[in-house]
Design a protein around this ligand. Structure first.
Ligand SMILES: *Cc1c(COP(=O)(O)O)cnc(C)c1O
Length: 386
């Protein structure tokens, strides 16, 4: 059966294919890690966000087994009904203490946390001010909040200052990735905080890629930002923490407000409590994870040194596990990704709309679980191909 609405979709899909913008899912068998089986092929993966190698860690798996017997599988209800398990509660307490904030709230995903925070704090009469390279979930959250939404050029604090100066809204919130997810660079946190203080704004920092990795695992906050009640901190827990979910840490009253007002917290079933039990173990592993972080740092240094002399390209400036190789065209990025794949190396091509048009790139991510030999293979292949 064919009808006009369906054939418009078919044309849309064909157009994406022509523009090298079609996205495909790869099927993974077995556990997540750096040596994985993808679509039946054994590959070395340079694309997960499992920066510490915790996703299939034995201690976390053991915590999941133990919790399963203690709490079953499903949460059964929302947090404000009967779904708020002691494991959720204990994780929040431990997380707040670990990141040095007074209180914390656990969401099911980072996407939902961003939506919850921005809609609860900015609402219709508020204003959101966001870096243009912020993660898509922050852009969506700002738009869905109904608040006025100004975007400033990446790290352009003069432009942000101008936007704050002319704004007449009362509740302002400056929003930024802490580690930019497709670039790997770090936001100018203290300078953002200066502006937040001058213009009486909140500063919301999304540390999806710094938590577990930076500052002994406590994430990328500066000491000043950690102790400022204006700063609301987000860590997502499906990346370095190796599990799932996201936690917001802030002043107690901010957390109380979110419990009252954040609809993606209120109107959804609580995440399975066994995940919170795994997260408690994950916090322990992150807290004692210096050796993992040291290995990760040496792999980052190895990759950057190894690719310094690349003939036709270079890594973008970054000290974090996100090490993008800028290519430019969609077709160029896709072809290079495919050539690496033929050699058993998995590095995805990131294209618009995830990144601005004409800045297609290979987003290489490193993990403490990579060996020096794994990284050498990638360096060798890129010298042959680029
Ligand atoms: C991955 C990511 C999110 C979304 O977190 P999920 O838990 O995967 O939903 C939010 N912000 C940034 C910067 C991210 O990289």
């Amino acid at each position: 059966m064919s009808f006009a609405a369906l054939s418009r979709l078919q044309q849309g899909l064909a157009a994406l294919q022509d523009d090298h913008l079609e996205r495909r899912r790869l099927v993974l068998d077995g556990t997540q890690g750096v040596h994985v089986t993808i679509d039946g092929q054994h590959v070395i993966s340079f694309c997960s966000n499992d920066y510490l190698g915790l996703a299939a860690d034995a201690a976390l798996v053991a915590a999941a087994h133990a919790a399963l017997d203690a709490c079953g599988v499903g949460a059964g209800a929302a947090h404000l009904i009967t779904g708020h398990h002691r494991f959720h509660h204990d994780f929040e307490t431990a997380f707040a203490r670990f990141v040095g904030k007074p209180a914390a709230l656990l969401f099911s995903t980072g996407y939902m946390a961003n939506l919850g925070v921005l809609t609860a704090l900015a609402a219709r009469k508020g204003g959101v001010f966001g870096d243009k390279l912020n993660h898509a979930s922050l852009v969506d959250a700002a738009q869905l909040s109904g608040a006025s939404f100004a975007r400033y050029r990446h790290d352009d604090l003069a432009q942000l200052e101008g936007q704050l100066a002319v704004s007449r809204v009362q509740d302002k919130i400056i929003v930024s990735d802490l580690v930019f997810s497709m670039d790997g660079d770090i936001a100018p946190i203290d300078a953002l905080l200066d502006l937040a203080e001058r213009f009486d704004a909140w500063l919301y920092l999304d540390d999806a890629h710094g938590f577990g990795v930076l500052n002994d695992g406590r994430g990328g906050l500066t000491e000043r930002a950690r102790s400022s009640d204006r700063v609301i901190y987000l860590a997502t827990l499906g990346k370095a923490a190796g599990v799932a979910g996201a936690a917001v840490a802030a002043h107690e009253n901010v957390i109380d407000w979110l419990i009252q007002k954040a609809r993606p917290y209120i109107y959804t079933t609580a995440s399975p409590p066994l995940l919170a039990a795994c997260l408690i173990e994950s916090l322990r592993q992150i807290g004692t994870g210096d050796a993992r972080r040291e290995r990760l740092r040496s792999r980052i240094a190895q990759l950057r040194e190894g690719l310094a002399g690349l003939k036709h390209g270079s890594l973008m400036p970054s000290d974090t596990p996100i090490q993008p190789l800028l290519i430019g065209t969609n077709a160029g990025a896709v072809q290079l990704s495919q050539a690496l794949r033929a050699r058993g190396l998995l590095v995805p091509a990131i294209r618009t709309p995830t990144v601005p048009a004409d800045t297609a790139r290979l987003r290489i991510t490193l993990s403490a679980a990579h060996s020096a030999g794994d990284v050498d293979q990638l360096i060798g292949a890129l010298h042959d191909l680029v």
